[in-house]
Design a protein around this ligand. Structure first.
Ligand code: SAH
Ligand code: SF4
Ligand code: F3S
Length: 476
């Protein structure tokens, strides 16, 4: 089975086209007689969801297609976080309509078009009005119903819409038997958000915060480990708000869950994303200090450095509280690298407020970060705030911030030169014979020479060179 994901879903620094890694054994399945093409936009949870949709379709005879042209069903797994992300879906639907019409005019097989993900949840039937080519609209909590929806579509003319909000039912229905591709996997442990930051659509598209039960997560990760997976990234919109039911009826936080997952044989590395500063409790901070399988890398979004803006965003903490939190985390794990998301040009952000963000970045020092211009999202409180910031001001602020963040990222990577660090080898390079590609603990892609037998193992690499996005070195 090939990869279902287009470039949008690759991790930021992943190699564009490397030779396939020796594959872990795949589950046995109905021979594929039909093809599905899934294109993924947005966050890592969508990447996970796309894999799960493929898993749900495999038993009813769907293999993965490499492009829309070859597919019986095309699924766009969409993101609604910023206006640009949401609009991309409609231009893609225009292209798909042309492909479909061309193929069907030549007497080719019919094509079913589905829109899944957060645009599906946010816009529902509006999608089929704007893009009549769409046959199916399914929200993020309905993927387990895909086979039923496909059958329904075959029985009736017209369109099928499914935007229910039953996250636990979805997880109960999804099988834990997943196909794996490589040695690192995502596992959703928490979904939805109750924080209601005033800029953000997620509480509306993913629903209320729900934590998966501990036993279900353990079963899924055990099955992944049995197929050779070494590294797990635990996913949640507010992953550190995790409060799942354990088998004995008690409720576990993320720290406790991580300590338990670290005991699963074969699992060498654990990560989690995305966390919220308000949910970073003492137990989780301690876990960063004493759980060696928990990677020394933490994505903890600050969004803005000005207290006035943090308050208007409803983030629920001040900059000083964030800075103190970081100090406690660094005290527990001195070599931890931090990453963040930032929004520039939130309504009411003055030059002075923006300088507070720049100062905060200087003061904290990040290993990497994402930054965005504020995008007005209809239906969120931010959309109605006065003092929207002009586009050119946002652009100028973003350019300055990204400059600073890029400099910090390069400096951080260069600070690793001369050090010997563990790297999980993902694959053999397609471009340079004898070269391997892997991932460091801080997530940078790392190149070095070595034999293909090392793929899937963790090796020590002495770093000799570092750029903004990747490292290179020699086997130590
Ligand atoms: N749950 C995560 C964020 C998920 S969305 C958290 O609380 O940090 C990922 C990032 O997109 C956010 O951190 C924010 O920086 C950005 N984002 C969300 N809504 C946005 C908007 N309306 N405009 C610009 N950026 C936005
Ligand atoms: Fe959005 Fe805020 Fe929830 Fe993160 S915490 S998903 S930014 S509402
Ligand atoms: Fe986008 Fe939905 Fe993820 S809006 S960022 S795909 S939770």
């Amino acid at each position: 089975m090939g990869t279902i994901l287009d470039v949008n879903t690759r991790r930021k620094t992943q190699e564009p086209a490397a030779a396939p890694a020796p594959k872990a054994p795949s589950r046995s399945q109905t021979p594929a007689t039909k093809r599905v093409f899934i294109k993924t936009y947005g966050c890592q949870m969508n990447v996970y969801d796309s894999q799960r949709m493929a898993d749900v379709l495999a038993p009813i005879g769907y293999g993965l297609a490499d492009s829309a042209e070859d597919a019986d069903i095309v699924i766009l797994n969409t993101c609604h976080i910023r206006e640009k992300a949401a609009e991309k879906v409609y231009s893609e639907l225009g292209r798909i309509r042309q492909t479909k019409e061309k193929r069907e005019a030549k007497g080719g097989a019919p094509m079913t078009v589905a829109v899944a993900g957060c645009v599906a949840q946010a816009e529902g039937a509006e999608i089929t009005r704007r893009a009549p080519v769409v046959d199916m609209v399914l929200g993020p909590q309905t993927y387990h119903k895909l086979p039923e929806m496909i059958a329904q579509l075959a029985r009736q003319d017209g369109q099928v819409l499914e935007t229910d909000f039953d996250t636990l039912e979805k997880f109960d229905e999804l099988s834990i038997d997943r196909d794996v591709d490589g040695f690192a996997a995502f596992v959703t442990i928490q979904e939805g958000c109750d924080k209601f930051c005033t800029f953000c659509v997620v509480p509306y598209t993913r629903g209320a915060e729900v934590s998966r039960p501990v036993g279900q997560i353990v079963a899924e990760i055990r099955a992944l480990a049995a197929k050779g997976v070494k590294e797990i990234t635990l996913l949640g919109q507010n992953v550190n708000a995790y409060h799942g039911a354990a088998d004995d009826g008690s409720t576990w936080g993320l720290g406790q869950l991580i300590r338990h997952l670290a005991l699963i044989g074969g699992i060498e590395r654990l990560r989690f994303t995305t966390s919220h500063p308000r949910d970073m409790d003492e137990d989780l901070i301690t876990a960063h200090g004493d759980e060696t399988k928990l990677m020394p890398y933490l994505h903890l979004p600050l969004q803005a450095g000005s207290d006035k803006i943090l308050k208007a965003m409803n983030r629920g903490h001040t900059y000083a509280e964030y800075r103190d939190l970081i100090a406690r985390i660094r005290a527990a794990r001195p070599d931890i690298a931090l990453s963040s998301d930032f929004i520039v040009g939130f309504p009411g952000e003055t030059d002075e407020d923006f300088e507070d963000t720049m100062r905060a970045v200087e003061e904290i020092g990040y290993g990497s970060a994402f930054s965005f211009k504020y995008s007005v999202r209809p239906g969120t409180p931010g959309a109605n705030l006065p003092d929207q910031v002009p586009e050119d001001v946002k652009s100028a602020r973003l350019a300055r911030l990204q400059d600073l963040l890029a400099r910090q990222q390069t400096e951080f990577n260069q600070s690793l030169i001369g050090k010997t660090i563990p790297v999980l080898v993902e694959n053999v390079s397609a471009k340079t014979p004898g070269q391997l590609f892997g991932r460091a603990e801080y997530l940078q892609g790392t190149h070095f020479m070595g034999g293909p037998e090392l793929v899937g193992t963790i090796v020590n690499v002495k770093i000799t060179d570092a750029g903004r996005n990747s490292l290179s070195g020699d086997l130590a």
